[in-house]
Design a protein around this ligand. Structure first.
Ligand code: ADP
Ligand code: MG
Length: 886
């Protein structure tokens, strides 16, 4: 550091403690950044890069932002995942000797945002922390600093940790500096997350109360790391942190990452936005707190039948009592975000307007209690019993704060008259003075006869009497003391005026100071109410979500689900909640679903766009809705309580993620088949399509068999491979259903209706016919199809019938259009083979020994008797033999 000026040395000293953050270094009215920070920030924020002499050999790169508009820049950096350390001058520059003392007063990071502009109203902002213990287990803690809530749990597998962090949409994770990089990368692949380091530490005394209920040391250690980080970066007391809640991941229905995404529970796959998601459909909450709770509920559906039924009971009550519900909604609309407000009170970030909103919110509470009591429902009464309306606080705020208080707390005009005696005295003084001055104008006009004479005020000269030049002749010489000359007026003062002015100004200065002090006192008083406000917020959120469920259920004609202990699914006229809403309910075709332990796998066939995926998702979404305690889109619904839901989409169908490969498809499938239990729900949507027909089909079949034999989970499997529909013959739990389509005035119309049995096989040809392909061609196709279906020919070839869906297959299957016509008229048993190997024959002359060998081998195969692996091996052998030839 030698050579640098003392200030730069100070900067470098501070920066060395905040390597991973942009240091906003306060210099006068600016926050400046230097060196690397400056280079990077000037790019990220598109601000001008300058330089300054700092005593080193070269100019130091520098850039800065004005302190009054810094928030916007901070928000932008934090949104990009960076951290910002705010470094302030901590002594008065006027009295400082040498370099002004500076310190970092707060680090703002994606996980510690408190500012309203950076936060989504209806979303939590969780920061997480993970500790890897020696026995291989993980402690995981989450805190939402803006609301003060914390959760902690122990997890045995890293995959589940990733899933949890992802589910909470945590934007920042705090770990030990030695934490495995490999694991971290695995997490980062799912979703970018800001990483912060914090060496483990003892829990600070201040937080001991928060972990009182946690029995295990591991849990406390896990939370301690997070608390330590928060304390160290925020550098203030975090009074609003609530007791840490212990949870178990197996308390809730598990919905892993892929399934959350595929089912579009809280955001859509395409736009990553809320619109079009289940959350979007459901969100009829009217408070921000309720909105956040709704999202939490969707993320973790319940497993306890009792808890689910209790929510459903309340939903039913709210449906039956429409007037109470509407009244409650109106009241709730005026309830402000008490949780975040409590957080900002603790941070010292509230102004008078916030407290006015708090007061208005609290004023609604007695009304809320009254309405909820009218529901005459035991659970509702229990909730209401816990409500603490904080009346004393409401009164205090009402007595203290003016309704139209300004945003600033440093300019007075906040507190009401009559709240504080001394304040009233000052105000009287100021008012009297002003009245005297107002009277003065009238009096002097009469005295001088100058009707345009006026008394004014400006910051520099204070109060003055102004006379226009045109009227100066009317003013007796020496009557007032001249103070200022303008182009067309003169300004004067008098000793009396100045005396009054002094009184007024003094009073006003005192008023501003006193109001500020009184406001701070009031804010400190509110601080003591933080836990009570948080408890109130929880109850209000719950009421809000339950009324929201009732409203949606009523509006969209949902029905109350009942739960089967026998693993039965019985949905009558079920609908996909979001598709139904988006497409206008009249057009949506409802469908039934019947499953049970001996009808546990449904194989769904049908053309593209017929509604297979929609049908499968509708079953999953219905189960999730039921388990969060909402009514469901069906006329009648019986469901098991599912422990987990898995949704997998074949890579070929998964157009959205782009980078999705067959490997990913298989990894996801592996995750499903290894974790599912008999009580799980699995949706496999066109699995196997990501690879070539043969092994895709082999895998698909093997997967089904595996689920059937080893898991017994309820499974919906949509498939493109018609061949698989024969599986019902040897696997009793497998049943075929299909989605039908009909022809209507030359057009193909999808009925979107699920029916028993497999889809019509010659469907592809039918489409070709509708598309008006030449008649002979269609005829020929029928012949080929017929021939291919003969048992002696390898079955997989049948995949060709869906060629209009899969252009890729056309290439693989050498059924050439121009050849069709030549041979169409003479269908013979030879044709089957000829058509199958047309290209080979054409190019290489008559069948050679090897080819014949291959065909003989193919003919001799008993596909149904082979395991998928054997099929694969055989295929591999055949191909090898073929390749050797050339
Ligand atoms: P598939 O998976 O068979 O290709 P999708 O499930 O993706 O078909 O459905 C295709 C489209 O058909 C959907 O976007 C939707 O607009 C419509 N659709 C699906 N199911 C229904 C239904 N039951 N009623 C009305 N329209 C439906
Ligand atoms: Mg589909």
């Amino acid at each position: 550091m030698a050579g640098y000026t003392p200030m730069m040395q100070q900067y470098l000293q501070i920066k060395s403690d905040y390597q991973d953050a942009f240091v906003f270094f306060r210099l006068g009215d600016f926050y400046e950044m230097f060196f690397e920070d400056a280079l990077k920030a000037s790019q990220e924020l598109e601000i001008t890069l300058t330089g300054r002499e700092g005593g080193g050999n070269e100019r130091i790169p520098m850039c800065g932002v004005p302190y009054h508009s810094a928030q916007n820049y901070i928000d932008r950096l934090v949104e990009k995942g960076y951290k910002v350390a705010i470094c302030e001058q901590v002594e008065d520059p006027r009295t400082a000797k040498g370099v002004v003392k500076r310190e970092v007063v707060q680090v703002i990071s994606p996980g510690t945002l408190m500012d309203q502009t950076g936060l989504e109203e209806k979303e939590n902002n969780f920061i997480s922390s993970v500790t890897n213990f020696e026995d291989g287990t993980y402690g995981l803690a989450f805190t939402d600093l803006s609301t003060g809530e914390s959760h902690v749990t122990l997890i045995s597998s890293w995959q589940e940790v990733i899933a949890e962090v992802y589910a909470r949409e945590s934007k920042e994770i705090v770990i030990d500096p030695d934490f495995s990089l490999e694991k971290l990368n695995e997490m980062q692949e799912r979703r970018p997350i800001t990483v912060s380091h914090q060496v483990g530490a003892e829990l600070h005394e201040e937080y001991e109360l928060l972990v009182q209920d946690l029995q295990q040391d591991k849990l406390i250690t896990t939370f301690a790391r997070l608390a330590h980080y928060l304390g160290g970066t925020q550098k203030r007391s975090l009074d609003h942190l609530q007791p840490v809640q212990l949870y178990q991941i197996n308390q809730f229905m598990k919905i892993d990452l892929f399934s959350k995404r595929n089912l579009e529970l809280t955001e859509t796959i395409r736009s990553k936005g809320r619109k079009g998601s289940l959350l979007w459909l459901l969100d009829q909450t009217v408070t921000a707190m309720g909105g956040r709770m709704l999202k939490q509920w969707i993320d973790r559906p319940l497993l306890s039948k009792e808890a689910i039924e209790s929510r459903l009971d309340m939903v039913m009550t709210f449906i039956n009592q429409f007037f109470e519900r509407e009244e409650l909604r109106e009241l709730l609309k005026e309830v402000y975000d008490l949780e975040r407000l409590a957080g900002r009170v603790a941070f010292g970030n509230v102004n008078a307007r916030d407290l006015i909103q708090l007061k208005r919110s609290l004023e609604r509470v007695p009304g809320i209690v009254e309405v909820v009591n009218r529901l005459h429902h035991p659970y509702a009464e229990k909730l209401v019993d816990q409500i603490d309306p904080c009346e004393r606080l409401t009164n205090l705020l009402d007595r203290g704060l003016k309704e139209e208080a300004p945003i600033s707390i440093k300019e007075g005009n906040i507190m009401k008259d009559g709240y504080h005696e001394q304040l009233d005295v000052y105000r009287d003084a100021s008012r009297n003075g002003k009245t005297w001055i107002a009277a003065l104008e009238k009096q002097e006009r009469e005295r001088t006869g100058i009707r345009s004479l006026k008394v004014g005020y400006n910051k520099v000269f204070g109060y003055y009497i102004e006379v226009t030049k045109a009227n100066l002749h009317l003013l007796p010489e020496g009557m007032y003391e001249r103070k200022q000359t303008l182009t067309n007026a003169e300004r004067y003062i008098t000793p009396d005026l100045k005396e009054k002015e002094a009184l007024i100004l003094e009073a006003e200065e005192k008023i501003v100071q006193l109001e500020y002090d009184l406001f701070i006192q009031l804010r400190e008083e509110v601080r003591t109410y933080i836990p009570r406000l948080q408890a109130l917020a929880k109850i209000i959120s719950e009421l809000d979500v339950l009324q929201c469920f009732a409203k949606i259920s009523e509006e969209r004609h949902y029905t109350r689900p009942s739960f089967s202990d026998q693993g039965e699914i019985k949905l009558t006229n079920g609908r996909h909640p979001v598709v139904e809403k988006v497409m206008n309910s009249q057009e949506y075709v409802p469908n039934d679903c019947r499953m049970s332990d001996d009808r546990s796998i449904l194989l769904i066939t049908g053309p593209n766009m017929s509604g297979k995926s929609t049908y499968m998702r509708q079953v999953a979404l219905t189960s999730i809705l039921a388990q969060i305690g909402c009514f469901v889109p069906a006329d009648e619904a019986t469901l098991p309580i599912f422990d987990q839901v898995f949704t997998r989409i074949g890579a070929a169908d998964d157009l959205i993620s782009g980078q999705s490969t067959f490997m990913v498809e298989m990894l996801e499938t592996k995750n499903a088949v290894t974790n599912a239990t008999q009580s799980s729900l699995i949706l496999l949507d066109e699995i196997g399509r990501g690879t070539s027909t043969y092994d895709g089909m082999a895998l698909a079949q093997a997967i089904i068999e595996y689920i059937h034999e080893h898991i017994g989970a309820k499974t919906l499997f949509s498939t493109h491979y018609h061949e698989m529909t024969s599986m019902d013959q040897h696997l009793p739990g497998v049943h075929n259903v299909h989605v039908s389509a009909i022809e209507q005035s030359g057009k193909l119309v999808f009925l979107h209706k699920i029916k028993e049995g497999a889809a019509d096989k010659s469907y592809g040809i039918h489409v070709a016919e509708l598309a008006d392909l030449p008649k002979p061609l269609i005829e020929r196709a029928r012949v080929i199809l017929h021939d291919l279906e003969q048992p002696e020919v390898a079955k997989p070839v049948l995949a060709v019938k869906y060629e209009e869906e899969r252009p890729a297959v056309v290439k693989e299957e050498p059924v050439k259009v121009e050849q069709t016509e030549e041979v169409a008229s003479v269908p013979s048993s030879d044709d089957q083979q000829l058509s199958f190997f047309t290209d080979a024959k054409k190019n290489d002359g008559p069948l050679k020994g090897k080819e014949k060998q291959i065909i003989d081998k193919l003919k001799g195969l008993d596909i149904l008797d082979m395991t998928p692996l054997e099929a694969l091996n055989t295929l591999y052998e055949l191909q090898k033999t073929m390749k050797k030839k050339s």
